[in-house]
Design a protein around this ligand. Structure first.
Ligand SMILES: [Mn+2]
Length: 351
């Protein structure tokens, strides 16, 4: 079994992982017998890329004849409403009910082990661990790591590996990968939207899936309570034009009480950052979402003058230059103070 764990991202270029890493990943998967137990895992509070790349890959393994494929994610086993129409949901089992020592664990879209919650231990109890990701800050915590910072989504990496394995990407797999691709590219609006992204989208659409139906279901359908909740949370947003060396910071927060008052689940807050980041007067946008009494999930976006992944990594998280996150502790003010303290150092020279 080839190990590349000691050389994370070494040699990673615009072209992505080295050929030896693709070959090592392929070898890991081909070594799984039909009776082998494969556990697919992704990051906590799974988004479209985490779930879509994981379930699409799982359906591909099933097509290859692997009988014991299970998929899971840390935390409550509830699938966010927008993703309840995804193909492959029958692969999902609650984290506590998964094999404690599968033959192979495959990890999707998690920038660090800390994003795997109670499932992080599976990386060492499994026979081998394969990491598929596109976060530049990923240290490469698997036996084999396919981390491509130039990929728009983890699903780009997943599709390439599926194709190498000889999987025919059918409509079900395509829908999963398409949801992943549209989620992480902001429906093809972000910088990562390369010609290759549109070429992949074209291949997926050619299977007959319906982009209109999928987008309505995933992005454009929310309970009325979520609309009211957004109004309240956006109404308390604050603009700090002097932050980040004058590039500006806009931020807001949502508490567990906000969610309870409007009878909403945490997933509805995922789209909040897209409304906050519209603010013309601020390069950095930030949403602080309460997870427990003293823990906050922080989402950050940049228009390009500030590398928010630097802020996130300094505070124990990860991400990309334009989009990153971390878990904050204390009060909202303490969390935002910790961000302010990192912003100046994260300004990109010349921007
Ligand atoms: Mn992703």
């Amino acid at each position: 079994m080839t190990s590349t764990a000691s050389a994370p991202l070494a040699g990673a270029t615009e072209a992505g992982p080295a050929e030896r890493d693709w070959a090592a990943a392929e070898a890991l998967l081909r070594a799984v017998p039909p009776t082998g137990r494969v556990l697919l895992i992704c990051h906590i509070n799974p988004d479209g890329d985490a779930l879509g790349s994981m379930l699409g890959f799982g359906l591909g393994l099933r097509q290859l004849g692997v009988q014991h494929v299970r998929a899971t994610f840390p935390g409550p086993p509830e699938v966010p409403e927008p993703f309840r129409g995804l193909p492959g949901l029958d692969l999902l089992v609650p984290a506590h009910a998964t094999d404690p020592a599968p033959d192979l664990v495959i990890c999707f879209d998690a920038a660090s082990e800390s994003r795997l919650g109670e499932l992080a231990g599976r990386l060492s109890t499994a026979g081998a661990a394969l990491v598929l990701d596109h976060h530049a800050s990923n240290p490469g915590f698997g036996t084999v790591n396919l981390v491509d910072p130039s990929a728009a989504a983890t699903s780009v990496v997943a599709e390439r590996l599926l194709t190498r394995l000889g999987v025919v990407v059918d409509a079900a797999i395509a829908e999963c990968l398409y949801v992943a691709l549209t989620t992480d590219t902001g429906s093809f609006r972000f910088e990562a939207t390369t010609p290759a992204v549109h070429q992949l989208a074209a291949r997926l659409l050619a299977t007959g899936i319906s982009p209109g139906d999928i987008s309505r279901r995933v992005f454009d359908t929310r309970p009325f309570g979520a609309v009211r909740l957004f109004g309240e949370v956006l109404g308390r947003a604050r603009l700090e034009p002097a932050a980040a060396g004058g590039r500006g910071l806009v931020w807001t927060f949502a508490t567990l009480d906000d969610l309870a008052r409007h009878d909403q689940r945490p997933y509805v807050l995922e789209a909040l950052i897209d409304s906050v980041r519209c603010t013309a007067e601020a390069d950095v946008a930030c949403v602080v979402k309460q997870g427990t009494a003293t823990e906050w999930a922080v989402s950050m976006r940049s228009k390009g003058a500030v590398d928010v992944s630097r802020v996130a990594v300094a505070l124990g998280g990860g991400g990309h230059r334009f989009a990153a996150g971390f878990t904050g502790r204390g009060t909202v003010e303490q969390v935002v103070d910790s961000i302010r303290a990192q912003l100046d150092a994260a300004v990109i020279p010349g921007r």
